[in-house]
Ligand binder design. Structure first.
Ligand SMILES: Cc1ncc(COP(=O)(O)O)c(C=O)c1O
Length: 227
């Protein structure tokens, strides 16, 4: 029995059930990626990347908080904020890390995170280190989200509710009732965290997503694929 044998046993178990995952070559028709607009092979984007590299933006060389902040980052974020009509934008290396970071830093102890039961795995991962109380609501059911907030208040919860949802769910292809969720956040002095990963570039005026036109006063927006 070696230290590694429990992992080997687990891998063999997965293999026996035909559930062992591996990396496959990219081939055949694409019905599984999220490259809806074909941007991954865009010559214009490739050219923009080459130009940026020419301006010296090869690597951050450190955390942005220390020496890693580059004018290219700031220019990109300013452009994104202007496009989305937001006060500010902040890019992350991946949507996954954006969701984990937001869920683990914004909601505070005493708050409530009310999330759609089908929200992306990255939010679920973030919830594991979240200081707030967390509860799922039935998929796309704003009434169920409201019930969860009411129950939180009834058991003495005084913090802010954070409603987390995706605007467009890629697996099911359906949209969240974003206006209702925003109104719910407003009525309860809370926030809407809207993951527009699959709506950006696809839904809303000029592909700005569904959150763009919500006129909330305190709505937080989350666009993991803006990077
Ligand atoms: C809704 C949603 N949010 C976040 C992510 C994570 O984004 P990334 O792949 O950029 O880490 C994904 C990935 O598919 C997603 O579908």
């Amino acid at each position: 029995m070696t230290r590694l044998s429990r992992f080997e046993t687990a891998l063999e178990g997965l293999s026996r059930k035909d559930r062992l995952r591996g990396l496959a070559p990219r081939e055949g028709l694409d019905f599984a990626s999220n490259d809806y607009l074909g941007l991954a092979a865009s010559p214009r984007l490739a050219e923009a990347v080459r130009e940026a590299i020419g301006r010296g933006a090869v690597g951050a060389a450190g955390s942005r908080l220390l020496r890693g902040n580059h004018p290219e980052h700031e220019a990109l974020e300013a452009e994104a904020a202007a496009f989305f009509g937001a006060e500010k934008a902040l890019y992350f290396g991946a949507g996954f890390s954006a969701n984990v970071a937001l869920i683990q830093t914004l909601p505070q102890r005493g708050d409530l995170v009310v999330h759609d039961e089908l929200i992306h795995a990255s939010v679920h991962d973030g919830l594991k280190g979240c200081r707030a109380e967390t509860v799922a609501f039935a998929h796309n059911d704003a009434g169920a989200a409201e019930d969860a907030i009411r129950a939180f208040r009834e058991r003495g919860g005084t913090g802010a509710p954070w409603i987390a949802a995706e605007s467009l769910y890629s697996m099911d292809g359906d949209r969240a009732p974003v206006a209702e969720l925003m109104a719910l956040a407003e009525r309860n002095d809370g926030f809407l965290l809207l993951d527009e990963a699959h709506a950006t570039g696809v839904l809303g005026a000029r592909g700005r997503g569904l959150g763009r036109d919500l006129r909330g006063t305190r709505g937080a927006r989350l666009d993991p694929h803006l990077r």
